[in-house]
Design a protein around this ligand. Structure first.
Ligand SMILES: Cc1ncc(COP(=O)(O)O)c(C=O)c1O
Ligand SMILES: N[C@@H](CCOP(=O)(O)O)C(=O)O
Length: 468
């Protein structure tokens, strides 16, 4: 399998290089040259299989010879051995036609663990084979950071630097990043919002001298391997609910558009999907774009669903490339307009293609709290604020024509204050995470300035002195 950049100007790469590179050198994101196809019999066979077996079947065609079949099986087994549920991502029925796909049974209680636990093992494997070290950077609005640190803490071949917006993540999310004591972990609290953090990460990838000197790798969903691991659970849920013999709809709490793009990839591979519904909080750039055809940045409003307080959704570029027929020049034009004027328009053809697959809706703060409250009182099910946004928007889009699956992206205990305020119930952290709430914290507060962050990394990354 080969990978091409959404902007069409970066070298075509194999899986292991895509895994280590993160962002393409033309500023674009890597996508597979073609989509592997699963026929109806294969999809039907997933219904009786373990999560691990489906993961192997889905991931295998994307990685070519980069990792042997035996090694991949071991990595998948190890990655999910620590999940607190034997099904890894169980499906819970909450209404006659509605389901929640619980993606939060990993070590940091967020859906990010599903991909990150595998990504950490894959990167280690490829780095060891090449005798290399890497400096990992990531931007987080709360969940990616904790999941990435958990996956890479103490690993000898990597140092990890996570940039998060100071004061804009929940205390559980912050502590997941600031309490690990391993020397290779660096939690950087930046005086800005998530979009500032993400822009600095992309800026560092586009600063080639720095990128090459420190051996930069990325763990945000700009890294294709993150999306790849997330495709698996769409097939698992779809097959459990009767695919390929019937279509399924998915509503996805969305910020950086990675999780829902994984659903789009599953559809491209043959999973019959009725609708993919984007659910946003009041930071609703994606819902507005699908409504108006204009992608237009506005300021970020802090909410009780902080992980979705995002305006620049990286993976939307992957969708643009798809609906523009992989026309790199068209993607470059739109991205340049975004950089220069903060907005761009999508042509009628590509927009129509998007609308045929995607629906969208938004949920404000009161609606989020009300959804948490009524799901608790009516179904005895405690939602976190992000999943609540999915449930609210799914209710608006569920016409009964297909089972509606809402992706449960975080455990309510990650956001105890918001959940308690809405429902009167204070969700408890699992026993093994409680200790963290009184452990010593270690973080570096830095200005949201690329040069300042680069200097900090140069001073602390082992790859600089030990060689990449
Ligand atoms: C809990 C939670 N829900 C939803 C999202 C949005 O996912 P995505 O950025 O893949 O769209 C995030 C962050 O990414 C998250 O942490
Ligand atoms: N919501 C995310 C933002 C980063 O998204 P990613 O999927 O690109 O890593 C977070 O919680 O950090």
């Amino acid at each position: 399998m080969k990978y091409v950049s959404t902007r069409g100007e970066a070298p075509v790469l194999e899986f292991s290089d895509v895994l280590l590179q993160g962002l393409a050198r033309d500023g674009g994101l890597y996508i597979p040259e073609t989509w592997p196809q699963f026929d109806a019999a294969t999809i039907a066979s997933f219904a009786g299989k373990s999560y691990q077996d489906v993961a192997f079947a889905v991931i295998r065609p994307f990685i070519g010879d980069a990792i042997s079949e035996d090694d991949l099986k071991v990595m998948i087994a190890d990655a999910y051995a620590g999940f607190r549920h034997p099904a890894v991502t169980p499906l819970v029925q909450t209404g006659s036609n509605t389901f929640i796909l619980e993606l939060f049974h990993g070590p940091t209680l967020a859906f990010k663990d599903v991909a990150m636990q595998l990504l950490g093992r894959m990167m280690d494997h490829v780095l060891a084979e090449r005798g290399m070290r890497a400096t990992i950077v990531g931007a987080t609005s709360g969940d990616t950071g904790g999941a990435a640190i958990e996956a890479f803490r103490g690993r000898d071949r990597t140092d990890i630097f996570i940039l998060f917006p100071d004061g804009r993540v929940s205390s559980v999310q912050r502590r997941q990043m600031t309490t690990p004591s391993e020397a290779n972990v660096h939690a950087l609290a930046l005086t800005g919002n998530f979009d500032d953090c993400q822009a600095i990460v992309k800026g560092m990838f586009n600063h080639f001298a720095f990128r090459d000197r420190v051996g930069l790798s990325g763990v945000n969903s700009i890294n294709w391997a993150r999306i790849l691991a997330q495709i698996v659970y769409y097939f698992v849920a779809g097959a459990a609910l009767g695919a390929p013999h019937r279509k399924i709809s998915f509503t996805v709490p969305t910020g950086n558009f990675g999780d829902i793009f994984a659903g789009y990839a599953a559809m491209k591979m043959g999973l019959p999907i009725e609708k993919l519904v984007v659910a946003t909080n009041v930071n609703d750039i994606l819902a507005r774009t699908l409504e108006t055809g204009r992608y237009e940045k506005r300021g970020v409003t802090p909410t009780i669903s902080p992980s979705m307080d995002i305006q620049v959704s990286s993976n939307f570029e992957r969708l643009l490339a798809e609906v523009c027929g992989r026309d790199g020049e068209a993607v470059r034009r739109m991205m340049n307009q975004l950089g220069q004027s903060g907005s761009f328009a999508i042509d009628a053809g590509p927009l129509g293609e998007m609308r045929a697959v995607f629906g969208a809706g938004r949920c404000n703060e009161d609606q989020t709290a009300a959804t948490i409250a009524d799901m608790w009182s009516e179904a005895g099910y405690l939602l976190d604020p992000h999943t609540a946004i999915g449930v609210h928007v799914a209710r608006e889009h569920d016409d009964g024509s297909a089972p509606m699956v809402v992706l449960g992206t975080a455990h309510p205990a990650k956001f105890p204050d918001a959940v308690e305020k809405a429902s009167g119930i204070r969700p408890e952290l699992p026993e093994n995470l409680k200790e963290m709430m009184s452990a010593e914290e270690r973080q570096q507060v830095l200005a949201a300035d690329q040069r300042v962050v680069e200097q900090f990394i140069e001073d602390h990354a082992r790859a600089v002195t030990a060689g990449v």
